[in-house]
Design a protein around this ligand. Structure first.
Ligand code: EPZ
Length: 430
């Protein structure tokens, strides 16, 4: 088991380069097997979730050629095993995207019910509602979702709740259905747009992605393409918040500033300076942080994937703040860990009431999930003394060389795998 060991209290200063968006890349990879021609995908993040999905795709017969750590060629003409019950599938929630892509292409799909971060109940009713509306027969059998259709026929689908996964999954299946599909109350996240752009570059006909009505005219075949994934707005936001929490000055490069508007607005409200460039943002935190109210919402609202990082920041802001989580009900599990570092946070239902303290104190904490894990690292970077973060395999699901990027900004952080190494680090920094 690996840990991060951090000596906090050093302002992060310098430049950091952001990688491709994990959540866009997962859906794009799943969609890439919808053609029998070879698709090239670039700007993939080299993280565990991506590698697990590539493994799952290989398991069902797709041919994957790694060009380098961030690019692959995928050929879906060898996909043979449409019912898929592999260990690799269970490792990541995003394997559910293979339902939409396989159903669209082969009119038949069976995928083991997904795993992924435990951040609350994560139903699939809306995905299933969409597939049924397109004419598929869908049932849950032996822990898997099985969908089958003689013909997929375009339809009008209203999503009762804004769901990124359901929007993308239905969009993929509808891209190869007969006739027109309309998805209403669609998710507007940048990765929904990126997947639509990718499918269109393969010959699909999808309009309106990025608004709440997506219109799709099905096509019979998709073709090869070369595509580069958008930058990861959550990785970018995480570094922006790390800069703010450590009173640093960081230029976050290779981003689309428009995708970061909610994050930027909240940092400005907290008293930081944020400067926008064409493809970079600079965060400078020189004044005391101010308290505020935050509610997570679907895009363009403040992202739930930035909620733990936000709480960590407000934990050391002046006054009392509230953070309301409106997307997932179980996303405050890190609060007990943060309390070990001195945080004063009470959770009532889906609201965290945060009374700011002056500083965190280093402690041994454990990452409960991906984003909360990254947030605990931020707390460690700003804390007095030494913090050890256990269970960093969660963080490695979605952040590429996190510790290296932080080191590049002057952080004292090491990835270790034994108590001896932790002791060595303590001696080195004392
Ligand atoms: C995606 O999850 C992301 N995962 C999550 O990122 C992210 O937190 C989430 O979107 C919200 O932005 C991937 O892209 C792989 P949803 P997803 O469907 O698609 C409810 C990270 O840290 N819902 O938009 O599973 C659901 O319970 C991860 O990178 C239904 O009720 O999220 C939730 O309350 C964690 N029925 C809300 O909708 C359904 O059929 C939004 O979920 C589907 C969802």
């Amino acid at each position: 088991m690996e840990q991060y060991v951090i000596k906090g209290g050093i302002p992060l200063v310098g430049e950091v380069e952001i990688g491709g968006a994990k959540n866009a890349a997962l859906a794009i990879l799943a969609a890439s097997i919808m053609t029998d021609e070879t698709v090239t995908i670039d700007n993939l993040p080299d993280v565990r979730d991506i590698n697990a999905l590539l493994q799952a795709m290989e398991d069902i017969g797709a041919k994957i050629d790694r060009i380098d750590a961030h690019a692959v060629k995928v050929n879906g003409s060898f996909v043979r095993d449409v019912p898929v019950d592999y260990e690799s599938m269970k490792k990541i929630r995003a394997s559910y995207y293979l339902l939409g892509s396989l159903l669209g292409k082969y009119k038949r799909a069976e995928v083991t019910l997904p795993g992924g971060c435990n951040i609350g109940s994560r139903p699939m009713d809306l995905h299933i509602k969409g597939f049924r509306a397109l004419g598929a027969h869908v049932e849950i059998r032996n822990g898997a979702v099985a969908a089958e259709a003689e013909r997929l026929v375009g339809s009008h689908i209203y999503l009762d709740k804004v769901s990124v996964g359901a929007t993308i999954n239905i969009m993929m299946a509808a891209a190869m259905a007969e006739g027109k599909t309309t998805i209403e109350n669609a998710a507007k996240e940048p990765h929904v747009v990126d997947v639509a752009n990718f499918l269109n570059s393969m010959g699909a006909n999808i309009r309106g992605a990025g608004t709440d009505v997506i219109r799709i005219v099905g096509v019979e075949k998709l073709h090869k393409t070369e595509y580069s994934v958008i930058p990861d707005q959550i990785e970018a936001g995480t570094f922006m918040f790390a800069a703010a929490a450590t009173k640093g000055d960081v230029m976050v490069r290779n981003v689309i500033p428009k995708h970061l508007e909610a994050t930027t607005a909240k940092l400005l409200e907290a008293g930081c300076e944020v400067e926008e460039f064409d493809d970079a943002v600079r965060v400078v935190a020189s004044k005391p942080l101010r308290h505020m109210q935050v509610t997570t919402l679907p895009y363009p609202g403040f992202p739930t994937d930035m909620q733990p990082q936000m709480s960590v920041l407000l934990g050391i802001a002046e006054g009392t703040s509230t953070v309301t989580e409106s997307i997932f009900e179980n996303r405050f599990k890190y609060v007990d860990e943060l309390a070990r570092m001195g945080a004063d946070i009470k959770v009532e239902s889906n609201i965290a009431i945060i009374s700011g303290i002056k500083n965190y104190a280093g402690a041994r904490v454990s990452a409960p999930d991906l984003r909360a894990g990254a947030a605990l690292v931020i707390a460690g970077l700003s804390a007095e003394g030494i913090t050890i973060v256990d269970d960093i395999h969660y963080i490695q699901r979605g952040y590429e060389v996190f510790e290296e990027k932080l080191k590049g900004l002057g952080a004292q952080i090491e990835k270790v795998s034994s108590e001896k190494e932790i002791q060595k680090f303590r001696l080195k920094v004392s």
